[in-house]
Design a protein around this ligand. Sequence first.
Ligand code: HEM
Length: 241
Amino acid sequence: MTIKTLLPTSSFAGLTGNPWSAKADKIQSATGLLLGCFLLAHLHFESSILLGKDAFYQVVQILEGGMFSESGHGFPLVTKIFSVFILLVVILHAAVALRRFPAQLGQWRALRRHMNGINHKDSHAWFWQLVTGFILFFLAPVHIFTMITNPEIGPHLSAERVYLDNAWLLYALLLPAVVIHAMIGLYRVAIKWGFTANRTGLRKVIKFMIIYLITIGVLSLVSYLFIGAELTTPVQPYVPN
Ligand code: HEM
């Protein structure tokens, strides 16, 4: 016999919780999973600059559908449209995540007390996800809006943005915040939905991924800075020989 059959409707609302809450939980996990996978692909595509200008140029042409154009050059419109889609997913993810945010000073104090009182690794991870989520709230839209309004990507055009337009400053803050947030998020989704019960093993994988992704991200940024420093204005898009 279930609780529902034992109790009158009015008395089980507090016990069973709001059905919207379970739905919001699923939306948060699904959008988080999508964004986490996107970030893994994004940082790898983008760090192809480490293999040289030609490699990055080819990656961009493939992603922007260069095979469908007569000139072989991709369409920045593809980047624009995909960026709008990612922005919508980010907004949905943030909207459902907001309900978990400690809203008052008292709630923050209680969280700090709880964190100091227990040495539970997953609670600490959750705290860092909260802090990085807060940072991303401000930084991620700036980057995505730039990709919507100025979707030109390439070895020279990206280096121009990073070096001459000083986007490196944004990326230097965004990179650690988004990598930590996304990797802890993927860990929590995997545990929450029962993909694995091996927390210790998964924590090691996540720590490795955080260091690995930040390393390739920083090296890529440095590459763009070097390329950007050699550019002359007005910057001409890179054309392979
Ligand atoms: C579909 C939307 C997006 C597009 C088209 C895009 C494209 C790019 C490109 C081309 C770069 C290289 C530098 C440049 O050209 O300015 C870059 C860098 C970066 N993007 Fe995105 N991005 C998108 C969404 C995101 C999102 C949602 C995040 C995370 C919140 C993100 C995080 C980063 C980071 C951290 C860097 C710097 C990477 C490094 O340090 O090497 N991007 N992005």
